[in-house]
Write a protein that binds this ligand. Structure first.
Ligand code: ADP
Ligand code: ZN
Length: 289
């Protein structure tokens, strides 16, 4: 019995197949282009395993429709990526693979991977944010995703400007929301170069940390989770974690007690495989039930 994973990102797709012991047999990555071309790649990859493939977990960029009784369940909905707007992801895949397909957001998949595998289900509440091309968040409370009429959209929370930052933000919907101020493209638009090319000593990283710390602060007050995890491309700047801790402490101003910051605001234990493992576990669990 084999299980499949599709981490569908706005920039790249990562597909993987694992066995019942969760050993990954193959993992591939390719750029996100048109839905037709990208899904062709996906099908080609899984076709090799078709005879033994039991289920597939998808963690997709969004927004997506996760409501089972909705006519557009399984669709990517109002994404700024025009070619993917209203794309019937699950339906298209079902045409080629008539097996259980589990459908959630990329960040829900990542938080699930960290919950089940990274932290061995020891935590009751855990939140994961990706700080990448976009900013998104997923949360688990007592083993279940937190969701209401739809999935969460925590990456678009409003933040206040750092006193030394006069950037107006680049979110097409809100300007200076968290994604508009702190995502990879926000850094690039503000500084005229990619985050990876900004020196570790640049004062900008205090500004970046200030926004991520506001996110951690808001999350602490809303959910008081056991852990807040920050992953994604921008967090490859490992040095900003201590700056985030410092800014968080200043913003919180001793208002509530939190776990020790080094154990509380952290980077992913599974590094860049959180979502892949999350999707694989979701796929495996769908068959167990
Ligand atoms: P995606 O969000 O598209 O799935 P990533 O999580 O890798 O992919 O995020 C990509 C974003 O992260 C880009 O905007 C890129 O400029 C930024 N990024 C990648 N590496 C670094 C780095 N070392 N330092 C700062 N920013 C980075
Ligand atoms: Zn926004």
């Amino acid at each position: 019995m084999l299980f499949g994973s599709i981490e569908a990102g706005g920039t790249k797709f990562v597909c993987a197949v694992c066995d019942e012991k969760m050993h990954i047999l193959e993992i591939v990555s390719f750029p996100t282009t048109t839905p037709k071309e990208t899904i062709n790649f996906v099908c080609k990859f899984f076709n090799k395993y078709k005879n033994n493939l039991s289920s597939i977990g998808i963690g997709s960029f969004g927004p997506i429709d996760i409501k089972k009784d909705s006519k557009t369940f399984g669709f990517i909905t109002s994404t700024p990526k025009t070619e993917w707007q209203n794309f019937n992801f699950v339906g298209t895949l079902k045409n080629s693979f008539n097996i259980p397909i589990i459908w959630t957001t990329d960040v829900n998949a990542a938080v699930y991977g960290e919950y089940i595998y990274g932290n061995k289900k020891e935590l009751s509440s855990i939140v994961y944010y990706t700080i990448g091309t976009g900013i998104g968040g997923g949360a688990i409370q007592n083993g279940k995703f937190i969701e209401g009429f739809s999935h969460t959209e925590m990456g678009h929370m409003i933040v206040k400007n750092h006193p030394n930052d006069n950037f107006n933000g680049c979110c097409p919907f809100h300007g200076n929301c968290l994604e508009g101020m702190a995502s990879g493209p926000a850094i690039e638009k503000r500084l005229g170069k990619k985050g990876a090319d900004v020196s570790e000593n640049d004062e900008f990283w205090d500004i970046e940390a200030y926004y991520i710390a506001q996110c951690a602060y808001n999350t602490t007050l809303l959910l008081s989770p056991d852990k807040i995890i920050f992953g994604g491309g921008v967090m490859k700047q490992k040095h900003i974690l201590s700056k985030i801790h410092k800014a968080f402490e200043e913003i919180l101003n001793n208002y509530t007690k939190t776990p020790k910051l080094e154990d509380y605001i952290i980077t992913p234990k599974l590094e860049d495989k959180s979502a892949t493992f999350g999707c694989l576990f979701l796929a495996k669990e769908a068959i167990k039930c």
